[in-house]
Design a protein around this ligand. Structure first.
Ligand SMILES: [Zn+2]
Length: 175
């Protein structure tokens, strides 16, 4: 029996799903930005918790409110991530007493209160993670060009405020 030639099935034009953005990859960028920001114009910075001077390579981006599900809303908040030495970040559980004093000095008491109030459970969408990724990539690139991070817009703004606009309009405001 003759074999029927197979019908050539036309491949459908399937749009590939966008590669998903992991929380960890965005966290790496946010932490790198915080270290570059705090070291800007210097070869290092004082640790937010113990105050001792360290080179860029000896610093982490350490969180004040931990990057856990309880505080996921502030895990990418630039106020919440600061240059911190390995000892304080990795071995002293953030050295939180010192971190509190250092951050109070940096943000002021009301700034610290605002940050604490902004921390709550939150689920980041893929769109938001993509926006955050380009937000931090742009800032890292700008610092690389020699731009002073203190002149960047939205300094100290809660990430959630930045994104409430995105959710409403589908576009990110001035960033
Ligand atoms: Zn330290």
């Amino acid at each position: 029996m003759a074999v029927k030639p197979k019908k050539t099935t036309k491949k459908k034009n399937i749009t590939r799903p966008k590669k998903s953005v992991s929380l960890a990859s965005v966290q790496t960028l946010a932490n790198k930005y915080a270290r570059l920001r705090d070291c800007f114009g210097n070869d290092g910075a004082g640790c937010i918790s113990c105050g001792r001077w360290f080179s860029y390579e000896e610093l982490d981006g350490g969180h004040y409110l931990p990057a856990t599900s309880h505080y996921s809303s502030t895990r990418f908040d630039e106020r919440n991530i600061n240059a911190q030495c390995h000892r304080c970040n990795r071995f002293l559980h953030g050295n939180l007493r010192g971190y509190f004093r250092g951050l109070e000095k940096k943000l002021g008491r009301s700034g610290l209160d605002d940050l604490e109030a902004a921390g709550h459970p939150y689920k980041w969408s893929q769109d938001e993670l993509r926006e955050l990724r380009s937000y931090y990539n742009d800032r890292i690139t700008a610092i690389g060009r020699g731009e002073d991070p203190r002149t960047f817009p939205n300094q100290g703004m809660a990430m959630s405020s930045l994104f409430s606009n995105l959710r409403e309009t589908g576009t990110l405001s001035e960033a």
